[in-house]
Design a protein around this ligand. Structure first.
Ligand code: NDP
Length: 447
């Protein structure tokens, strides 16, 4: 089996040798899906995984824009349309200086499996730009978004490709992008998700990824007769996903003691309660400040510059910042400190070695493609509401989100339970996600 996986990965590396994040994401899927393919005749010999790792379309374009002092800048825009076997391409846009084809291809590839897991009819895609919204004025961000959409608009549509937000793309950016799309196309359609509530957005969409991650962790804990009540929780990031994961964990009785950003992490041994979280939300979302400023107001808390929070003793860890932020040594530290559950709110935050440590130790470990799927699932619900021209209540959307997370959890158990009863959620998520897409691809022929 190892030889088969190695041969496959050699081919992937030959074609994509300069794309380490993409190769990492494919490797993780290949390790669990190839053994399944070999055992199941209908998939064997069809080069189905080889077809899945090649994007259906990769669009790269120039984004020129003018800053407040009249200087012209040029950024690179992308949209990766990875797989449309089960529905229109769906996946976020990321604006961050580190964005390149490798990062977006890994995200688009993961998205295919994640969207399949949600049970909703959505293909996989991802896009973005190396533009950095940090430190830019609202007008500069608007001009950039408008220029970006001038090109992107011809590649997307409510039945073709429906982007959403991701790192650096929140409500403000989605508004500017939607405004330009509507102007060019002269139509008001559900072409983007994460829209404002008064113009087609879904209730619970901002909360969905963070809430969903905690719902998933809750389902995992339940298999061990455990829950969040009284648990010490360590969270990284302080953006959209981290904020709402914190909110839900607090609501379930947990003691959240850390949050972070790219400058370092805060440790509040007394716990981040609802009032402190409201302070952080205002700091990050309205003032666009740094997490280090927390300790100026809450003086008993500590700020650790340029460090990640994985050394803090905890029961549950929720990495919610970015890819490859949790390394093998961090995994060992978490395990030594008695951590029993890790659910990824971010995409691929744990390195491959770190994932192997968690699985070797047989703790509850959920890969992002399962545990953070609540965001895209609620985006799918936003698309449904837009098509039907209705708006569900907060309670309705939250109930659907909970059901979807529970369904994903069940799928992971169905495909990931080992003979000794241990649930390998990585294997479960990869195979469950694969089966639905592969079946559709087989039915549609070689296209
Ligand atoms: P935001 O932009 O709202 O927040 C990102 C957070 O991560 C910020 O606190 C940011 O700090 C931190 N961060 C970013 N890059 C780094 C880095 N290199 N090192 C340390 N910290 C970093 O993004 P989201 O919360 O939306 O996304 C977070 C993760 O969740 C991403 O992996 C994203 O792909 C994933 N995700 C998001 C979904 C969504 O619905 N938003 C859906 C599914 C997954 P700083 O401000 O210093 O940059």
């Amino acid at each position: 089996m190892k030889a088969k996986i190695d041969t496959f990965m050699e081919e992937v590396k030959t074609r994509n040798g300069h794309e380490p994040e993409f190769i990492q994401a494919v490797q993780e899927v290949a390790e669990t899906v190839i053994p399944y393919i070999v055992k199941h005749k209908i998939y064997n010999g069809k080069n189905i995984l080889l077809r899945m790792v090649e994007p259906e379309r990769l669009i790269s374009f120039r984004v020129a824009w003018v800053d407040d002092s009249g200087v012209i800048h040029v950024n690179r825009g992308y949209r990766i349309q990875m797989n449309s076997a089960i529905g229109p391409y769906k996946g976020g846009l990321r604006f961050h200086p580190t964005v390149n084809a490798s990062i977006l291809k890994f995200l688009a590839f993961e998205q295919v499996f994640k969207n399949s897991l949600t049970t909703l009819p959505m293909g996989g895609g991802k896009g973005g730009s190396d533009f950095n919204p940090k430190g830019k004025s609202d007008d500069e961000v608007m001009r950039f978004c408008h220029s970006f959409m001038l090109e992107l608009n011809r590649h997307i549509g409510p039945n073709t490709d429906v982007p959403a937000g991701d790192i650096g793309v929140g409500a403000r950016e989605i508004g500017f992008l939607f405004g330009m799309y509507k102007k060019i196309r002269n139509e008001f359609t559900g072409v983007l998700t994460g829209k404002g509530l008064s113009w087609g957005g879904s209730k619970i969409r901002p909360e969905a990824t963070g809430y969903g991650t905690v719902y998933f962790a809750q389902s995992m804990l339940k298999t061990k007769n455990e829950n969040f009540e009284g648990k010490t929780v360590v969270i990284s990031g302080s953006g959209n996903v981290a904020q709402f994961a914190t909110e839900k964990a607090i609501a379930l009785g947990a003691n959240v003691v850390t949050l972070s950003d790219s400058g370092g992490y805060i440790y509040d041994k007394d716990g981040i309660d609802s009032e402190k979280l409201a302070f952080i939300m205002d700091l990050k979302n309205n003032k666009r400040g740094r997490i280090s400023e927390y300790v100026k107001t809450y003086t008993s808390a500590e700020f650790h510059a340029r460090k990640t929070p994985w050394g803090v003793k905890c029961d549950v860890a929720l990495p919610c910042a970015t890819q490859n932020e949790l390394h093998q040594e961090d995994a060992k530290t978490l395990l030594n400190n008695g951590c029993i559950c890790v659910a990824e709110g971010a995409n691929m935050p744990s390195t491959t070695d770190a994932v192997h440590e968690f699985i070797k130790a047989k703790i509850l470990f959920a890969p992002g493609k399962a545990s953070n799927a609540g965001g895209v699932a609620t985006s799918g619900l936003e698309m449904s509401q837009n098509s039907l021209r209705i708006s569900w209540t907060r309670k309705e959307v939250d109930a659907r989100l909970k059901d979807i997370m529970e369904d994903i959890h069940q799928s992971c158990i169905e495909y990931g339970k080992d003979d000794d009863g241990f649930v390998d959620y990585v294997k479960g998520a990869n195979i469950a996600g694969f089966v639905k897409v592969a079946d559709a691809m087989l039915a549609q022929g070689v296209v």
